[in-house]
Design a protein around this ligand. Sequence first.
Ligand code: HAM
Length: 433
Amino acid sequence: MAEQSDERARYRAPVGTHDVLPPESAQWTALVTAFAQRADRYGFDLVVTPIFEHVDVFLRVGESTDVVSKEMYDFEDKGGRRIALRPEGTAPVVRAFVQHRPRVPWKVWYVAPHFRYERPQKGRYRQHWQVGAEVLGVDDPDVDVEVIALAHGFYRDLGLGRVTLKLNSMGDEQSRPGYEARLRGYLLDHAGQLGDEFRARVEANPLRLLDSKRTEWQDVIERAPQLTEHLSDESRREFETVQQRLDALGIPYELDPRLVRGFDYYTGTTFEFQSDALDAAQNAIGGGGRYGKLAEEMGGPPTTGIGFGIGIERALIACAAEGVAPSAPPAADVFVVNGLGAEGRAEVAVLVIELREDGLRAERAYGDRSVKAQWRAADQAGAAYAVMLGQREAARSAVAVKDLRTGEQVEVPRDAIAGWLRQRRDTEGGITP
Ligand code: HAM
């Protein structure tokens, strides 16, 4: 029995992964295109890094984090190298920066699959995709604001309305160690009543405990000292500037001193976009922040960076929950129907490609289909026009064009058909002038 189900599972996508098929894939195209256009307006260029890296690249994001210690897809390759599939997008971008030393500010965006061995559920996958952006080499709160505005506007482009921006600061090297010690002390004072696991987690990383959802710990966590009350003067000034700029731009946000994102590299501004239309456990549709030390830790010059990643699947689930679709799949402009049988085959093959090269979304039926079946396929393709190759028209070096919405039909010279269709489509005027 087990063998039988293994046999069936072998030819299914692995647990926690999924295929993206049409028509849903049209939403992916629309989403990535919208992001690419927006990133371009903000001065970001595309960066493409390998899907796997030496595992050390990711150890820099924090060995005690879940993503690295529990969820990483790491393995030894045939040459004995320790390799990991990309669990997050920032470390590879910083690695590429350190390796190539581009001129700063370096502003890049990406679209890439990410791998985390998580317990799969809706909105949480073992392979998920992110669009993201990073700016390296400028320590200026105006950049923090540009990056947040880029993401904020993107959700608006998608038509999402129920998105909350949570904002926090993780402080700098002056603020952090003192605060961590104070927090650890406070939490350990209360560890007695909360058990071994609590104590172990405080020892490992007291900050990470702040966003724990464990109900029995909430009382203690809620009364814990807050980092934003222990910021250095410089950190506080920067954080205030970010808030003032967001106010000036009319970008609403909520301060959340317990927002501790899942990586150790964050310093300064951190943020998360949460969808109120999704379940709390998977409501983060994007997040990011500033990281001060990552480049240096990889052997580069001291370089600060800031960026974010947006989960494509989650953003689309939020769109569905809010009833907004990034785009309907585009219908064909024209469907070519061969009414000449075997004689017309070469002409269909050539005409469809010519039309496409001329900028039209042209479709056809393949194989030996009856004329009736071809008309049916034209309807199914949602085409606006059909071009029919018929005996009478062929004798005059012409084709018949039918407007499939009105049923009107006219004859157009074969040589003029592409221009004729394009003009109709662009003016949306239908067949009758
Ligand atoms: P992250 O918060 O771990 O940040 O992931 C970014 C987004 O990816 C999340 O907000 C969520 O929408 C989506 N996501 C994460 N894990 C999954 C999953 N298992 N299934 C589906 N979607 C998921 C980062 O990865 C940082 N590199 C972001 C960043 C960039 N920080 C600075 N620059």
